[in-house]
Design a protein around this ligand. Sequence first.
Ligand SMILES: Cc1cc2nc3c(=O)[nH]c(=O)nc-3n(C[C@H](O)[C@H](O)[C@H](O)COP(=O)(O)OP(=O)(O)OC[C@H]3O[C@@H](n4cnc5c(N)ncnc54)[C@H](O)[C@@H]3O)c2cc1C
Length: 463
Amino acid sequence: MSTTPAILTELEQALGPGGVLTGDGIGEKHHVDFSGEHACAPAAVVRPGSTEELSAVMKCCHAAGQGVVVQGGMTGLAGGATPQPGEIAISMERMSGIEEIDTDSMTATVLAATPLQTLQEAAAAAGFLFPLDLGARGSCTIGGNIATNAGGNQVIRFGMMRNLVLGLEAVLADGTVVSSMNRMLKNNAGYDLKQLFIGTEGTLGIVTRAVLRLWPQLPSKTAALCALEGFPEAVALLQALQTRLGGSLSAFEAMWESYLHSVVDNVETVRSPFADRHPMYVLIETEGSDEAADRERVEAALEFALDEGIIVDAAIAHSERERESFWAIRDGIGDITPLLQPMLAFDVSMPIARMPSFLAQVDREFTAGFDAVQNHVFGHIGDNNLHLAVTTGREADMPALCDIVYAATGAHDGSVAAEHGIGTLKRGYLHESRTAEEIELMRLLKAALDPKGILNPNRVLPG
Ligand SMILES: Cc1cc2nc3c(=O)[nH]c(=O)nc-3n(C[C@H](O)[C@H](O)[C@H](O)COP(=O)(O)OP(=O)(O)OC[C@H]3O[C@@H](n4cnc5c(N)ncnc54)[C@H](O)[C@@H]3O)c2cc1C
């Protein structure tokens, strides 16, 4: 796709001074998302300041058949916000802010480019919790969170972003504004149109505003790190805690031995609370409103797990510092990533019962195909989500490693994208998780909403 000066003139007229960046005026932040792959300067960056301006931009682009890529906080890991040659980037950065926090209906109405952390803090200041949380909270935007249906650390209790969105407004490829700003939990009046834009990675419309659910604040957090003999015990622990903690379990983070030991052996500031090494570890956390009572319940549940032989040891955090030190182990993937380059970070999901067979198949095929492969596994197994950090030390091995992991995922009824999306990087593997009929229906939806194929083209759907 090539960009003519005529469309740039039209866009400048629609947006006024500062609304269109070209040439050296385009910052490198617009060249690539957090995946770091295939960086490319966009033909121009347009920065609408309102839904009306964005609608005018899309009318121009639709008329000209001009391809666009939508950019939020650029923290995506699937290449979806990275421009492809000739595309104009639509940066949402000027559409940021919280319009309203409704304390009666416990909702927040926000503009799409509001950073997640800004919303979390505003909700907390009003006495509420916005429960989506992920490492990129300071930079990722609510629009990006909706477009990718973001997950994170508390899905087991509050669900993914889809579960937190009551209503939204979106601009379609031809500039039509669809306002579906529902504020009710129950609303079965016709199709639930917001679902078209949640998790579809900007391919069907551009999210401009949203109504989001808030929860009462839960001031008490109790964390514990458990040591286990293996995966069956981790599944038994999950069931025991869900039964005994009455829905207060907010995190259940499993870490296989190679992952945890790699973190504690390589990161000076992180240490294991256990004297011995174990095959498996689980970090659990509960959220509640009565610190003493919450802790007692966690202690009783872990005592039960010890007595039943489900866990072999456990350490409960006795201070906020200790709680943070447990999370530093789980978040240590960020610290060991530089040591594992070039590294592939897989984000797959599957039924929990199929995980052991999946991991065994992957290990078998890695060992058969490569001399020295490191595979560090951890994940939110209560959400069916596994992360694999894999390296052989050789860039040339990467495509074959991807083929092994994604084929095994498909063979185990899993998803090649648990929470990070398909973007550009996993388009070629969508068929491992979706039937031909499902992909055809996705193409029909895309053609109906974006007949010229100008909105985030060549993303999600296979070429
Ligand atoms: C350190 C770190 C930790 C992370 N942890 C997690 C995690 O735990 N769970 C998780 O799910 N993800 C995680 N991510 C991935 C990422 O943060 C999420 O995918 C996030 O939702 C992306 O938001 P963004 O605003 O940065 O979107 P971008 O990267 O800008 O865009 C992502 C996709 O959404 C589209 N898009 C952006 N804004 C809009 C909009 N307004 N309307 C329509 N389409 C839009 C883009 O075109 C692109 O396809 C992590 C990333 C990092 C860097």
